[in-house]
Design a protein around this ligand. Structure first.
Ligand code: G6P
Length: 605
């Protein structure tokens, strides 16, 4: 959500913090700030606005070899200069940046105010700087002060703390919000996301919930919340700094849409077995006997991850004939779910840090559920929490709206479904059919991408509609939901998705020339039924944009995509809808990569 960066070493911290914050801007971006420590003095700057606005107010001579920085996505208190982080204690000795939500902030605030402390901001985070500030005088180390202060805190946090009395030292702590350490040459980094570190180092260490770390230029130590030292193995991130560049595209979103032939190929690489027509997924950590033992599959995720889970459920039911369904992780975790030993749970997350999904996985684990993860970010919290899983290898996704992670997740589900199917009743011939279909995907995605100009023209034609209806049946329904999601999140055009079969049970009342419909109409056994629905819309003077494998008279406009195996078609049908949403958003002058009110990775409840 918000972004955290910290640096300690022989260089000046400020330029490194600003560069890191820029890399994190996609996570949260209504204000930004930093604090550096130089020869026992603390200097801070914070502003409402973007990182560029912060950079503009940081003086050229802003010296200091250690410091912390933050980009904020407001939860408590409006975006403003005072509510921006870092927050200081009364004596202006301690500076803290915080990601997460302090649930007992009001109570702590009242207690601190009764002791004479005057608060500057409306944030929950400011209690942390005052708590640490009032403890640090009684302790020998900053780490001890942070640990003691955190004992009275209820809620989630990733924090970084500096103390002007201890230049050259930073303390970070994690509980529910990610903190990654980066190991450099006589310098140390910390951040909420590797994106901020990757320019400087690829050697990283992830903190676990409840862990603290003390960073100095020459290394780091990690501790549990009861002060026991922990041993951490660094690992090498295989993403490179270049992966975070926009590669000459006007927007990350278009870059990420265009990367899909490669990203889908990477998700497939080395995973298809031509001898037995099965998928090899070593990370599942299951032998065939175990793979056969599940009687049900439950899939959880948030936002686009949830919609890709709906495609996954369909694939698993069709190919493995195991009852499967998807549910938003945010709902699942709160309804005291019944957890069964013979159900396989699958959690989906691009970032691997979405708090609702992580909390749902933790609830499942607590009840003894078997959970697999489909995750893009290696070593992320959800990946670590799961019993096994499939990494997408799609490379970092920077734009807030998910595209390449969505298609790669659907492909990962096809692999899981193939695997579960082939240890059950899916015939070798069907296994081969699916393997061949999967191999065709990258070339077919390239073919769809060549239609960008046609889709752009259509997007411009429909972009001024006050709203759009998206409909699809069975396999087409999750595609319609994701299409509506893409349109609403980046173009702010109201978009509603409905099963085509449900249209006449209510939403048909909305159909008029002002509300165009995007209809997902694959060439499958439901084609005739779908064409009948188009006729019903047409009879109410509704305009129709059809996405499918042929043109149809009932539709005003058509986007025709290459045909694959029926089960895999939803993956391809999604792509024109991404391009459509992108160009609609551009036509409407929206901030495509950073849509209002949204964040890439929602690490709070
Ligand atoms: C946020 C983003 C969505 C994303 C969802 C799940 O809401 O705006 O684009 O689909 O989080 O993210 P995850 O990283 O768990 O896939």
């Amino acid at each position: 959500m918000c972004g955290i960066v910290a640096y300690v070493g022989s260089q000046d911290a400020a330029p490194i913090l600003l560069e890191g914050l820029q890399r994190l801007e996609y996570r949260g971006y209504d204000s930004a700030g930093l604090a550096v420590v130089n020869a026992k003095s603390l200097r801070t700057r914070k502003v409402k606005g973007r990182v560029a606005d912060l950079a503009a107010v940081v003086p050229a001579r802003f010296k200091g070899g250690s410091g912390i920085g933050h980009t904020r996505w407001a939860t408590h208190g409006v975006p403003s200069d005072v509510n921006a982080h870092p927050h200081l204690d009364q004596e202006q000795r301690i500076a803290v940046v915080h990601n997460g939500i302090i649930e007992n902030a009001d109570e702590l605030r009242r207690r601190l105010e009764a002791d004479g402390i005057v608060f500057e901001s409306e944030t929950d985070s400011e209690v942390l700087s005052h708590l640490i500030g009032s403890t640090v005088k009684e302790t020998d180390t900053l780490e001890e002060a942070v640990r003691r202060a955190l004992k009275s805190v209820v809620g989630t946090y990733g924090i970084a703390v500096v103390d002007s009395h201890r230049p050259g030292e930073i303390v970070v702590a994690r509980n529910g919000s990610p903190i990654v350490l980066g190991i450099g040459e006589k310098e140390m980094f910390a951040a909420s996301d590797v994106a901020a570190l990757i320019r400087y180092t690829r050697q990283v260490v992830h903190l676990e919930d409840g862990e603290l770390a003390v960073l100095k230029a020459d290394g780091f130590n990690t501790f549990t919340s009861d002060a026991r030292e922990t041993a951490k193995e660094p690992f090498t991130v295989d993403w490179e700094a270049g992966h975070y560049d926009n590669g000459g595209y006007e927007h990350y979103l278009l870059k990420e849409i265009s990367e899909q032939p490669d990203t889908v190929a990477r998700t497939l690489r080395g995973r298809l077995d031509d001898r037995f027509h099965i998928a090899h997924l070593g990370g599942l950590n299951m032998d065939p006997r175990e793979s056969r033992s599940f009687r049900r599959v439950k899939i959880i995720g948030c936002g686009s991850a949830y919609y890709s889970g709906q495609i996954g459920a369909q694939l698993i039911e069709e190919l493995a004939r195991i009852p499967a369904d998807a549910e938003p992780a945010s709902e699942f975790r709160y309804r005291s779910p019944v957890v069964e030993a013979d159900t396989l749970y699958i959690a989906i997350s691009q970032s691997g840090e979405t708090y609702d999904t992580l909390a749902a996985v933790q609830e499942l684990k607590r009840k003894g559920g078997r959970v697999l993860g489909i995750v893009n970010t290696v070593g992320s919290a959800i990946a670590r929490e799961c019993d096994g899983g499939v990494y997408l290898h799609a490379g970092p996704e920077v734009s807030v709206a998910s595209t390449k992670a969505f298609t790669s997740t659907a492909v990962a589900f096809a692999l899981i479904a193939l695997h579960l199917g082939r240890v059950r009743d899916l015939s070798p011939a069907d296994g081969r059919r699916i393997c061949d279909g999967l191999r065709k995907l990258p070339e077919q995605i390239k073919e769809i991408l060549t239609q960008e100009e046609h889709i752009r023209t259509l997007a411009m034609k429909y972009a001024d509609a006050p709203g759009m209806m998206f409909v699809g049946r069975v396999r087409g329904y999750p595609v319609a939901r994701e299409g509506a999601q893409k349109l609403k999140e980046i173009s702010y055009v109201h978009a509603e998705a409905y099963p085509a079969s449900e249209l006449k049970h209510g939403p048909l009342a909305l159909i008029s020339p002002e509300l165009p419909t995007v209809a997902i109409v694959p060439d499958d056994e439901l084609l005739d039924k779908n064409l009948t629905t188009l006729g019903e819309i047409r009879a109410r003077e509704g305009r129709i944009l059809m996405v499918g494998h042929r043109t149809a008279e009932a539709a005003d406009d058509c986007i025709v995509v290459p045909k694959n195996e029926t089960e895999l078609d939803p993956i391809l049908l999604t792509i024109p809808l991404q391009i459509f949403a992108y160009h609609a958003a551009v036509a409407l002058g929206r901030d495509v990569d950073r849509p209002r009110n949204l964040a890439k990775s929602v690490t709070v409840e």
